[in-house]
Design a binder for this molecule. Structure first.
Ligand SMILES: CC(C)(COP(=O)(O)OP(=O)(O)OC[C@H]1O[C@@H](n2cnc3c(N)ncnc32)[C@H](O)[C@@H]1OP(=O)(O)O)[C@@H](O)C(=O)NCCC(=O)NCCS
Length: 204
């Protein structure tokens, strides 16, 4: 299979594009450690995870920078990277608390704990924040995630800007380490998974 990197920054795209990106993120993440902690019940998690990610996809399309890769033959989305350029303040998502309450259901308190932990560790220095990197399960392990990282890192390096993210699994932490990130702090979610906050200074 071949992969084509579309290096455009998507902004003001149609609702269809948002839905496609949301579905991809949800399919990649729905069974991950944080999603399992938020919604231990498989049925509830499968139902509610896309609506949770929809908030952040909409936010990234509006205020961030979204990179996507597509299958060269079919055009099907294979991977996305959702970045936020935190070099100047950006507004919070519209009615975030209300929407979170609506989509998180019983997981609302844990979703707030997650947000608070992430917020408490977030660096103040200007940087680009990688909120989500997601590759469709059928396409994982073929270099799509690395290509998405390389694409944005090249821009950051040219601009002399650092990057920041939270890794949710040792395997992801190792991937990011290979791309120049260093562990900055560790978040232990209550009765939940470990997150590693990671910082990448500009290179080159
Ligand atoms: C993590 C992820 C974005 C990496 O993208 P990818 O295209 O699979 O990664 P690449 O092919 O460029 O690199 C492979 C490396 O990614 C990491 N990786 C993490 N989860 C992986 C998975 N399910 N399958 C393959 N690689 C994975 C490993 O470090 C792997 O190297 P290894 O095989 O030597 O252990 C992708 O696997 C994914 O979407 N996983 C589920 C969602 C997720 O965890 N996102 C990151 C949140 S921090």
């Amino acid at each position: 299979m071949t992969y084509a990197i579309q290096d455009l920054v998507i902004r003001n795209v149609t609702p269809f594009d948002n839905a496609e990106i949301t579905n991809l993120v949800a399919e990649a993440m729905w069974d991950g450690p944080v999603a399992r902690w938020l919604h231990p019940d498989d049925v509830v998690r499968l139902r509610d995870t896309p609506r949770y990610f929809e908030i952040f996809v909409e936010y990234a399309v509006q205020c961030g920078e979204v990179y996507a890769t597509a299958d060269a033959e079919t055009g099907r989305l294979t991977g996305v990277g959702l970045w936020f350029p935190l070099t100047s303040p950006i507004p919070a998502p519209a009615d975030y608390e209300g929407r979170l309450k609506e989509v998180a259901g019983e997981a609302y308190d844990r979703a707030c704990q997650l947000d608070a932990a992430i917020e408490a560790h977030h660096p103040m220095e200007p940087h680009h924040y990688l909120a989500f990197l997601a590759v469709h399960p059928a396409d994982q392990g073929h270099g799509v995630g690395s290509a998405l990282l390389d694409r944005h890192h090249a821009r950051l390096d040219a601009a002399g800007l650092p990057a920041y993210l939270e890794a949710n699994h040792p395997r992801n932490r190792d991937l990011y380490q290979r791309h120049g990130y260093q562990v900055r702090s560790v978040i232990e979610l209550p009765d939940g998974p470990t997150l590693w906050t990671m910082w990448r200074p500009p290179m080159g």
